[in-house]
Design a protein. Structure first.
Length: 169
């Protein structure tokens, strides 16, 4: 099928393409999150990895860099670089793993925990404003997004499989 004007797309108009719309929505949402986090000096990825580390720790799951990367769906090497930055800011500490000397356990410092709390308030407020137009459809929207996550990448499988994750950091 060819779109309007002979353009080689199966979509009549760009706004009919779910991928193009997702790209636009994602960029708009990320701009708002970056703006919200700017006031506390965190980038979006720093927020995600700091919060993921705190979440896993609170859930009593191993907080190795590999597990944090799997939970957050981020590249392990990029995660390592961001964790170094968070460590340099005094927001996380890296401890020896008593069960695997090749891996390290990440712990969020008290300063990091306070920042997570502030950041969550800012991000959840920004999310509320951004996704507010969805109103009652927001629960269905979240369910639909979860359908699009690859099974091996889903937060549920990452959480359920944490005990089996033995990746080294």
């Amino acid at each position: 099928m060819t779109g309007s004007g002979g353009f080689p797309s199966r979509f009549e108009k760009p706004e009919d393409s779910p991928g193009f719309l997702l790209w636009q929505v994602t960029n708009s949402w990320q701009r708002r999150i970056r703006h919200a986090l700017k006031e506390i000096g965190l980038t979006h990825v720093q927020f995600v990895l700091l919060t993921a580390t705190d979440w896993l720790d609170n859930a009593k799951l191993p907080t190795t860099q590999t597990n944090v990367a799997k939970f957050a769906h981020t590249d392990v090497m990029m995660t390592s670089q961001v964790i170094r930055t968070l460590k340099g800011k005094g927001l996380v500490v890296v401890e020896e793993n008593p069960s695997d000397t090749r891996a390290h356990i990440l712990k969020v410092t008290p300063t990091g925990k306070r920042l997570v709390k502030s950041a969550l308030e800012l991000v959840e407020d920004a999310d509320g404003k951004f996704f507010g137009p969805l109103r009652q459809d927001s629960i269905r929207f979240v369910a639909m997004l979860n359908l699009l996550i690859e099974p091996e990448d889903s937060p549920e499988s990452a959480t359920h499989n944490r005990r089996g994750l033995g990746g080294r950091d």
